[in-house]
Design a protein around this ligand. Structure first.
Ligand code: NAD
Length: 483
């Protein structure tokens, strides 16, 4: 059985004699590797390597650093199929979903290639012979902690931008999906990234806590559940680090009776079932306003076409499967109507896999757990509302704020809901309203802690500090009221 190593200073480094965790392929429940549960000594090794690499890397002009990401982007393209297959094996999503994930990594990397233009400073003659200029300077060593649901894409939300802007990095991937991160390290190496600029340390809570506490780390990004996002944000900022922590979600799609039936049904079904519902942008609750019976029927019909083992992957673990099924059982006991039941799903030939079929639960009351809590599985809770204001009230009452959407053919109603929904990313007739580059990704409320977003133009502010210079060379330039 392969025991994974850390990636430190440009090569694999064994974690030594530490506890190991089995890594399962969710598709069949087979063990595919063992991941070491590292601790503060390993974090320190990685930080030392990242600090040593920082002076030379940050001194390069940004246009030179960007060359590495042109090469990296081409390598991602060249290895797209292999990278997608690795994601499929460790995460359990379908190959098509894994390909889409790698495509998004490529798009983010292309954005990083444009950073020399986008992160250029400004210059202005503010009075005769006196000039002000700004420069975006790197912070130093940044640490990024990532979740299980996008082993390739979420690390790439930060890798190209943070590094192209001149930082060096320690990545702590989810211990459930540690393989893709190492492959990315290898491709970065092939792309010409100098040793030590990018490092990977495996593990769980102990590594995360050491990252938050380590004095050699300047900034921390986190993507994962809200519970851990809060802990990481509080701990990292208590050590005066810059931090951005993205948390969980409970995304509400508001469906009005005039919505295009087919378009709505396909979008809602794809949103709730894609990646087995394990997307922070997935539809979790549909709020049907007034008479939407025909649309509910359409959603069930579309969801029925999503079949485990064919166009639906597995959920991440046996525990996740049990948790999701518990939510469905509880809703049924409380009187909700199970219109499509994905419990006890089984894929012939993949007996050990963790499958849950698409599940549609109708007549859910807003106080039920399936309406309030993040389920993170292919489960849609349908809540009925008499009018649009009641629907907005239900959406607003949920503590998260990653995404929301409205389905309608009325531009006026779409704007009415858009202005009142309490979510950072909003869709009009779109079930997964992920902003494409250069637009940034980030939610509101309990879905994000910290200022700014993790990708797009917003990431320039997060990963750099601004130096403001005022200068004059002309001795004749007179002093004035300010300069
Ligand atoms: P998680 O919070 O369990 O784990 C995320 C990371 O935190 C992992 O690297 C893990 O090792 C570490 N971790 C886990 N428990 C910890 C603890 N007690 N102390 C310190 N570190 C700990 O999340 P997950 O299950 O891997 O991912 C699913 C969650 O991520 C969902 O809630 C989903 O909504 C969220 N997510 C959010 C976004 C977003 O952009 N907002 C994107 C993807 C996933």
């Amino acid at each position: 059985m392969t025991v994974l190593s850390n990636w430190i200073g440009g090569s694999f480094m064994s974690a030594g004699n530490v506890e190991k965790l089995d890594v399962y392929c969710p598709l069949d429940g087979q063990v595919i590797a063992q991941v070491p549960l590292c601790h503060e000594t390993h974090v320190d090794q990685a930080v030392q390597a990242a600090r040593a690499a920082f002076p030379a890397w940050s001194a390069l002009p940004i246009k030179e650093r960007a060359q590495v990401f042109y090469a990296y982007r081409n390598l991602l393209m060249e290895h797209e199929e292999e990278l997608a297959d690795l994601v499929r094996q460790e995460n359990g999503k379908t190959l098509d979903e894994a390909r889409a994930e790698v495509k998004k990594s490529i798009e983010v990397t292309e954005f990083a290639c444009a950073l020399p233009q986008l992160a250029a400073g400004e210059v202005m003659e503010v009075s005769r012979g006196v000039e002000c200029r700004t420069d975006h300077l790197p912070l130093g060593v940044v640490a990024c902690i990532t979740p299980f649901n996008f082993p390739n894409m979420v690390p790439n939300w930060t890798i190209p931008n943070a590094l192209c802007l001149g930082n060096t990095m320690v990545l702590k991937p989810s211990e459930l999906v540690p393989l893709s991160a190492l492959r990315l390290a290898d491709l970065l190496h092939q792309a010409g990234l100098p040793d030590g600029v990018f490092n990977v340390v495996h593990g769980g809570r102990a590594v995360v806590e050491s990252i938050c506490d380590h004095p050699g780390i300047d900034a921390v990004t986190f993507v994962g559940s809200t519970k851990v996002a809060k802990l990481v944000y509080a701990r990292a900022t208590s050590h005066l680090k810059r931090a951005l922590a993205l948390g969980g979600a409970k995304n509400h799609l508001i469906v009005l009776p005039d919505a295009h039936p087919e378009m709505t049904a396909t979008n809602v079904a794809a949103s709730m079932s894609g990646c087995a519902g394990q997307r922070c942008m997935a539809a979790s609750a549909m709020v049907g306003v007034g008479d939407v019976e025909h649309i509910v029927d359409g959603v069930v019909q579309e969801a029925r076409k999503v079949v485990p083992g064919m166009n639906l992957g597995a959920v991440i673990s046996a525990e996740a499967k049990a948790r999701i099924e518990r939510y469905i059982n509880e809703a049924e006991e409380q009187g909700a109507v199970i219109k499509l039941d994905g419990r006890n799903a089984h894929v012939p030939g993949f007996d050990g896999g963790y499958y849950v079929g698409p599940t549609v639960i109708d007549h859910v009351k807003p106080d039920m757990a399936v309406a309030r809590e993040e389920i993170f599985g292919p489960v849609l809770s349908i809540i009925r509302a008499d009018n649009v204001d009641e629907a907005i009230k239900i959406e607003n009452a949920n503590p998260y704020g990653n995404a929301a959407a409205v389905f309608t053919q009325s531009g006026g109603m779409a704007d009415y809901v858009r202005e009142r929904a309490s979510a950072g990313m909003f869709g009009v007739n779109i079930g997964v309203p992920v902003p494409r580059e250069p637009f940034s990704f980030g939610g509101w409320n309990e879905s994000k802690f910290g200022v700014g977003d993790i990708t797009g133009k917003s990431s320039i502010e997060f990963f750099t500090k601004l130096k403001k210079t005022t200068r004059k060379w002309n001795p004749e330039a007179r002093t004035n009221w300010m300069s």
